[in-house]
Design a protein around this ligand. Structure first.
Ligand SMILES: C[S@@+](CC[C@H](N)C(=O)[O-])C[C@H]1O[C@@H](n2cnc3c(N)ncnc32)[C@H](O)[C@@H]1O
Length: 380
């Protein structure tokens, strides 16, 4: 496909490369990682053929939008002059999004006729695997209060079958039957995305605002590539860093591997594993891996490290790893990254710890943007 067929192309900041053919995007992304690795002295460079684009249109299962003064969409690419002192980027009103699923677009069209009665907010729209619509609204405390006081807009959403969560703590909006009031209940985990193993979808339990990969088609490709790379290291036990709700963990468990999974809040992971009856060989460590002093007990008894860190990369975890005797360090590292700069930085540090970068594979799950997901394998 040569260009993104979108009426907002070039104006909407969601897609930074809408007019670049997909093959050229893959070449750019491979060249960029190659250059970053060369800068840190690593000669292995990915080729454009090492990157696949599983889906380029209608693939996103959730949309993160901004509501500002009646416009609902994404921040635009152009800086608009506000006055002689300031310039800012405006929210571009988005009637539809070509990379979102048809179900999301149908809902977006309806929501635009009945916007939340607040001046500004961040909205996440999700359509779950069973078609349930989930809306997470994060806005200033005073606007959350005004939504609850007004009550009718929230009640309309809930009565139409939309699950609504409010604020940083993702508390559920509850409308009691027969009541004119809405109230905030506790945050609840529900199935908003899936992982995959052996052709079977595995439900992942999160809040609406919780992390998930952008869409199921590319995720299936990502999960199967990660599972295959980890299996090839023949691990006795895998140490996984940044497990989220178990997107990569559940397929490994399903393949019969034992996993020690580290995640800041392990509740979503535990729930997902239990619901699929895959928790027998799972050990959850609900903690930060960013504590160099705690690395020895995390690593003990494991021989393959699977890391899918946030954009900052592995940070001080690698200091801790460097402090361990070589024989205690994992034999292999499978590193999943959506941030090439962090991958290159961590690859350089892994090299100084005695690891060699063996392979690079990419899943371009963010076509039309400069983002990309790389899968790097290292061996000691
Ligand atoms: C890129 S997401 C990957 C999640 C999961 N692997 C997936 O495929 O859905 C990174 C995850 O790392 C977690 N995380 C971020 N910083 C962390 C830390 N210091 N310690 C433990 N987990 C962390 C985040 O909560 C998030 O779930």
């Amino acid at each position: 496909m040569d260009t993104l067929p979108c009426a907002l192309a070039g104006r909407c900041g969601g897609c930074s490369d809408p007019a670049r053919p997909l093959a050229a995007q893959r070449a750019d992304k491979a060249a960029r990682l190659g250059a970053l690795l060369a800068e840190v002295g690593i000669a292995l460079a990915p080729r454009a053929e090492d990157l696949v684009t599983p889906a380029a249109l209608a693939f996103r299962g959730h949309l993160d939008l901004r509501l500002e003064d009646g416009r609902l969409g994404l921040i635009g690419t152009e800086r608009e002059v506000v006055d002689t002192e300031r310039a800012k980027r405006e929210v571009i009103d988005m009637p539809r999004c070509e990379v979102a699923t048809p179900a999301l677009n149908a809902w977006l069209a309806g929501l635009r006729t009945d916007l939340p009665p607040v001046p500004r907010a961040s909205l996440r729209l999700r359509v779950g695997p069973d078609g349930t619509r989930g809306l997470w609204i994060d806005c200033a405390h005073e606007h959350i209060k005004s939504l609850l006081d007004e009550a009718r807009w929230l009640a309309r959403q809930v009565e139409a079958g939309v699950v609504v969560e409010l604020g940083a703590k993702s508390r559920r909006v509850v409308v009691e039957p027969g009541e004119a009031r809405v109230r905030l209940g506790a945050a609840e985990l529900a199935v908003w995305s899936t992982s995959f193993a052996a052709g079977r979808a595995l439900p992942l339990y999160t809040t609406i605002g919780g992390f998930s990969q952008p869409g199921p088609i590319a995720n299936q490709a990502l999960v199967s590539a990660v599972t295959e790379h980890v299996r090839q290291t023949s691990p006795k036990k895998v140490l996984e860093l940044g497990a989220g709700a178990g997107n990569l963990t559940l397929p490994l468990l399903s393949a019969g591997l034992a996993v020690r999974a580290v995640e800041l809040d392990g509740a979503a992971l535990l729930r997902s594993a239990r619901e699929s009856q895959l928790d027998r060989q799972l050990e959850v460590v609900a903690a930060s891996f960013q504590r160099a002093s705690d690395v020895a007990p995390l690593v003990m008894g494991t021989d393959t490290l699977l890391a899918d860190p946030p954009r900052q990369g592995l940070g001080v975890f690698l200091d801790g790893l460097g402090g361990l005797a070589k024989s205690l360090r994992p034999r292999a590292v499978v590193y999943v990254s959506c941030h090439p700069e962090a991958l290159a930085r961590d690859a350089a540090r892994l090299t100084t710890l005695g690891y060699h970068l063996r392979s690079l594979t990419g899943i371009d799950q963010f076509p039309w943007t400069h983002h990309v997901e790389w899968l790097a394998t290292f061996e000691r």
